[in-house]
Write a protein that binds this ligand. Structure first.
Ligand code: C2E
Ligand code: MG
Ligand code: MG
Ligand code: MG
Length: 283
């Protein structure tokens, strides 16, 4: 059919690639504008500590309120921001907003901020964190930085030195999305981590598949045995929470069961009610 049309399938393929490249370029320009005008919003998703049944950490998640497309998901624009280097300025703005928000929360609540490996390559993360803590008045031990295996894969001496300096300042480091990448167990030992966040892909089939339960229990126990706080992401049902909590090694859970990411004013209401009552709500 394509041949009969005289153009050939390759032609259509090229047109489709052009179309995608243009859409990407348009997104990049819009994003650049939004960052320049400081229009990106930061939402917060609470993590529930299973030992104390209190909210102990809230993760900052960037949101892009787009004039015509509604709230654009970071899954769509973070990769573009990373490729174009825009993630450096984006990351600076998110860190500042997140630390400023946390400074007004109860003292026992920390904020967790995602850092892209591109920020470590192209920015002075130590200076950024130090300046931001100073500007917002947030104590270093209330900031947690979420990094991914991509960063640790670079395996460079300078990454290790940066993470150690941050650790010495009192900032906590969490390894995000554990189990999705290379999951080299040696990372968990070699780098100064305090927390490991097990990716939500481990949670998906818990209720129907016994092997998933065993796998999750194995990976959480490993983290705990290495002395790390263990978080399980993507907890959507009470039944999942029960299975996750059963071996008693998981420190915190995060997921829609408790709350999605919400604006700071809504989070503060949740924090003011935080405590044993919260679990009754989700149960
Ligand atoms: P992440 O750091 O692993 O964040 C968790 C993601 O899982 C969030 O998606 C959150 O909304 C979603 N999530 C939480 N609980 C559940 C659940 O129960 N079920 C399901 N289906 N999803 C759940 P979000 O906000 O779309 O962010 C996606 C990713 O974008 C983040 O994954 C993170 O890698 C990246 N990201 C977000 N904000 C930033 C940022 O400020 N800087 C950087 N560098 N990356 C960011
Ligand atoms: Mg994260
Ligand atoms: Mg995560
Ligand atoms: Mg994730």
């Amino acid at each position: 059919r394509a041949k009969a049309g005289g153009k050939g399938i390759l032609h259509f393929y090229e047109e489709e690639m052009d179309r995608q490249a243009q859409a990407r370029r348009a997104t990049e320009l819009d994003l650049r504008k939004a960052i320049h005008n400081e229009q990106l919003a930061v939402y917060f998703q609470p993590l529930l500590n299973l030992k104390t049944l209190r909210i102990t950490t809230c993760e900052a998640l960037v949101r892009w309120p787009h004039p015509t497309r509604g709230m654009v998901s970071p899954a769509e624009f973070i990769p573009i921001a990373e490729e174009t280097g825009l993630v450096v300025e984006l990351g600076r703005q998110v860190l500042r907003k997140a630390c400023a928000a946390c400074a007004a929360w109860p003292n026992e609540v920390r904020v967790a901020v995602n850092l892209s490996s591109v920020q470590f390559d192209r920015d002075d993360v130590v200076a950024l964190v130090r300046d931001t803590l100073q500007a917002t008045g947030l104590a270093a031990d209330r900031l947690e930085l979420e990094i991914t295996e991509t960063l640790l894969l670079q395996d460079s001496a300078s990454i290790l030195a940066t993470l150690e300096t941050l650790r010495e300042m009192g900032v906590r480091i969490a390894l995000d999305d554990f189990g999705t990448g290379y999951s080299s167990l040696s990372y968990l030992q070699k780098f100064p981590l305090q927390k490991v966040k097990i990716d939500r892909s481990f949670v998906r089939n818990l209720e129907t598949d016994l092997r998933s339960v065993k796998l999750l229990q194995g990976v959480t126990r490993l983290g705990a045995d290495l002395g790390l706080a263990v978080v399980v992401e993507g907890v959507e049902t009470y039944a999942q929470m029960k299975l996750i909590d059963e071996p008693g090694v998981v420190t915190e859970i995060q997921g829609f069961l408790l709350s999605p990411a919400i604006p700071d004013d809504q989070l503060r209401i949740l924090l003011s009610r935080s405590g044993a009552g919260l679990l009754k709500k989700v149960a």
